[in-house]
Design a protein around this ligand. Sequence first.
Ligand SMILES: N[C@@H](CCC(=O)N[C@@H](CS)C(=O)NCC(=O)O)C(=O)O
Length: 199
Amino acid sequence: MPNYKLTYFNMRGRGEPIRYIFAYMNAEYEDIRIEPENWPAIKPSIPYGKLPVLEVDGVILHQSLAIGRYLARKAGLSGKTDLDDARIDALLDSIDDFITAFPWSYEVDAEAKKKQDEYLKTAAPPLLAELEKSLGDKQWFVGDSVSLVDFYWDTFSEDLESFHADFAKDYHKLQALKKRVRAIPAIAAWIKRRPITKL
Ligand SMILES: N[C@@H](CCC(=O)N[C@@H](CS)C(=O)NCC(=O)O)C(=O)O
């Protein structure tokens, strides 16, 4: 097993799907969590200046989805065919577009809250409806086994629920998928032992 070092902030965010994969494959890794006050000093030393990064035997990978796909291949969480891989990627990119455009702000002032509520009210329903259509009556988004995009759905929706608890509550199939992901024994055990963070 390579030597893995994950560096991210002390939150779930874009680091959490990667931590889910490590839990799922029962791999040892260093879970380095940077506090915001230390970030400005560290940022210049990080390739491309953003987190997460994953060090694999000294080689630094950036971009959370590239890291996720790399690990998913090792963990058996990618598609069974090239076409399934492309479908997983397309769903990941749709979710990622949504997360990237979300007006993140950790200040809980009224102005920020208004922008976030507005975004969730207008931009979430079309995405959630499409995701529910893609899932259909299947157990998992793509193929007949769990993949990276199922993890991604769970972690990203958990983060958005901390801004608006009910944002996806009416999407019953997506909610059931969330439960299914969290019932995977390795994921349930990770959720129990992971550090508690606001996001
Ligand atoms: N597309 C990149 C986005 C990375 C990103 O924006 N990371 C944020 C945290 S989620 C960050 O490092 N922010 C601090 C900064 O830009 O200085 C990925 O998926 O890894």
